[in-house]
Design a protein around this ligand. Structure first.
Ligand SMILES: NC(=O)c1ccc[n+]([C@@H]2O[C@H](COP(=O)([O-])OP(=O)(O)OC[C@H]3O[C@@H](n4cnc5c(N)ncnc54)[C@H](O)[C@@H]3O)[C@@H](O)[C@H]2O)c1
Ligand SMILES: CC(C)[C@H](C(=O)O)[C@@H](O)C(=O)O
Length: 405
């Protein structure tokens, strides 16, 4: 697997493509260029739009994938499948077997988001969220990479002071298929006083900690060489084992500076001085919470992509945000987290690094040209909706020379 390098946001000059070399087809949002020769490579991508803003952001990211594929000379075939609440409504389960099979057969899967008020009171096995956990488990994608980078263009969108937010570039490596999300026993019961109880189990086997820690050390090695392992080893046995195994591995990575931090302190340090962090490795639930917190340093949860990878097989790529029912269907969603997830799909899932860089550079270019969705908008910028932001990124993809990315 290629779970190793960080997202590189490289500002690129606005240049013209060498249009003589390749034929063009005009579309409503730009120009698809087809190489004279037939594309030699072809990839199958499963698309899971899901619920709420999911379909809005996936539609934009799909266009970006199509455009960069046509420029780079490979083909992408999409299979769109129901997932989450949409699947519950259509076939009565949150993850139909056909959807999981499609994801397993594919080269990579791109998910929008799942969930919404409509299904909140469903029994656990009929919740959209259960479908997402089944998908992650089914694909065995135990390593979730969540980069949080404060782009120079968005420093003002951060709720933190400029001097605190500026230059933040960190990666949360979240364990994704273990811990309290999957631990047994779990359930509802009655205690000795006849009171109703709900219970879950935080459990990690040594091999689960070892494999995520290795991914984290490798990730840190390719970044700035600093790894902070976040746990609750002052209280929880599962965290005590976590710390022991991570510490033991450090001798295999002498070039990586390892530190440990309790999760309550980490939550505080992230807003006090986020620049102290390079790579953070943590368990499933702490990673869920800390990555949402990290997203706000960057300006909005609408900016944060993620890649979920296993030891083998296709990866799952998704923005870290949810279905945002409060803005769904209003063309207000920020599609950039999903476009950047599509870039992670190209880079980590397909090994198409140049195509990934095209999307990253185009996102920066659209921001440079002043376009902002509501969540990252500030005075002096052009407020646009989800579709228009997507179109502006497509224009930026279309205008870059290969040398510029
Ligand atoms: N991976 C996923 O599919 C995923 C992740 C988190 C939450 N959820 C589900 O989503 C539903 C809503 O959860 P929530 O409200 O706690 O979290 P959320 O991330 O959906 O929304 C939190 C806030 O952030 C805003 N927001 C989120 N994404 C945005 C975007 N792209 N652009 C602009 N604003 C954005 C929303 O409008 C909302 O105000 C729940 O059912 C939850 O279980 C799904
Ligand atoms: C929707 C939910 C199951 C999910 C999680 O807790 O992992 C979400 O919060 C996320 O971060 O992708």
């Amino acid at each position: 697997m290629a779970a190793s390098s960080s997202l590189q946001f490289t500002a690129t000059p606005f240049n013209q493509f060498h249009s003589k070399q390749v034929p063009k087809h005009a579309t409503k949002w730009g120009t698809i260029r087809c190489s004279a020769a037939s594309p030699s490579k072809s990839y199958n991508i499963t698309l899971l739009p899901g619920d709420g803003i999911g379909p809005e952001v996936i539609s934009v990211a799909k266009n970006a994938l199509q455009l960069v594929a046509s420029i780079e000379g490979f083909e992408v075939a999409f299979e769109e499948m129901p997932m989450g609440g949409a699947a519950l409504d259509a076939v009565g389960v949150p993850l139909p077997a056909e959807t999981l099979n499609s994801a397993k057969r594919s080269d990579a899967t791109l998910l929008g988001a799942i969930g919404g008020y409509k299904w909140d009171k469903n029994e656990k096995h009929l919740k959209p969220e259960t479908g997402l956990l089944q998908l992650r488990e089914g694909l065995q994608v135990f390593a979730n990479l969540r980069p949080a980078t404060v782009l120079p263009q968005l420093v003002d969108a951060s709720t933190l002071k400029k001097e605190v937010a500026e230059g933040v570039d960190l990666m949360v490596v979240r364990e994704l298929t273990g811990g309290i999300y999957f631990g047994k026993p779990r359930g509802f019961s009655t205690n000795e006083n006849g009171q109703e109880i709900g219970f879950n189990t935080e459990v990690y086997a040594a091999y689960e900690i070892d494999r995520i820690a290795r991914i984290a050390f490798e990730t840190a090695r390719k970044r700035r060489g600093k790894l902070c392992s976040v746990d609750k080893a002052n209280v929880l046995e599962a965290s005590m084992l976590w710390r022991k195994i991570v510490t033991a591995l450090a001798s295999e990575y002498p070039d990586v500076e390892l530190s440990h931090m309790y999760v309550d302190n980490a939550a505080m340090q992230l807003v006090r001085n986020p620049k102290q962090f390079d790579t953070i490795v943590t368990n499933n639930i702490f990673g869920d919470i800390l990555s949402d917190e990290a997203s706000m340093i960057t300006g909005s949860i609408g900016m944060l992509p993620s890649a979920s990878l296993g030891a083998a097989g296709p990866g799952l790529f998704e923005p870290i945000h949810g279905s945002a029912p409060d803005i769904a269907g209003q063309d207000k969603a920020n599609p950039l987290a999903t476009m950047l997830s599509a870039a992670m799909l190209l880079k980590y899932g397909l090994g198409e690094e140049k195509a990934a860089q095209r999307i990253e550079a185009a996102v920066l270019d659209a921001l440079n040209r002043g376009f902002r969705t509501g969540d990252i908008h500030s005075a002096g910028h052009k407020l646009v909706g989800c579709k228009e932001m997507g179109e502006e990124v497509l224009k930026s993809i279309d205008s870059k020379t290969p040398a510029a990315v």
